[in-house]
Design a protein. Structure first.
Length: 160
């Protein structure tokens, strides 16, 4: 059982991570010129892998997915709706960003040896998933009471 203090802490962490994704989306989703190409052109350790996504046919698709995915994850965390789905997806995206920043064994600069803020954010998101943080001041608590969720066993793990 989660104490009231723990529940409040989970809500704060959820809101902080929501802000992180919503703020990123504010620079991307509403900018018609946003592209992931500039970011991925500077990859080092895994440049061959990330260069796949910079082609003229695929870059617009992934740019759209990144921009609007950030917004969707942020809104999900803010509302506490489908947190068990959005938080792991956010963690996976952040893992890719961590890889993209890597100049092994450093991440983005010499001050970050293997671990940087991406790893911290990933840990927070996985913690929110494990603790089912959408249940506290979130829509997940309400959604799990709906008859459709109670009748479909595949939905129960997503909502708790």
């Amino acid at each position: 059982m989660t104490s009231t203090l723990d529940q409040k802490f989970l809500v704060v962490l959820r809101f902080l991570m929501a802000w992180t994704f919503i703020y990123a989306a504010s620079h991307q989703a509403f900018d018609p010129n946003f592209s992931i190409v500039g970011f991925l052109d500077h990859t080092k350790t895994f440049h061959g892998f990330f260069s796949i996504f910079t082609g003229p046919e695929i870059a617009p698709v992934f740019s759209f997915l990144v921009a609007w995915g950030h917004l969707a994850i942020g809104l999900s965390l803010l509302s506490g709706c489908l947190v068990r789905l959005s938080a792991p997806v956010g963690a996976a995206i952040l893992f890719l960003y961590w890889m993209a920043h890597m100049d092994f064994p450093f991440i983005s600069d010499r001050n970050n040896f293997i671990v940087d803020y991406h790893i911290v954010y990933i840990t927070v998101l996985l913690y929110l998933t494990a603790k089912n943080a959408g249940q506290y001041l979130g829509l997940d608590a309400w959604l799990k009471t709906l008859p459709v969720v109670r009748q479909h066993t595949l939905l129960k793990p997503i909502l708790g």
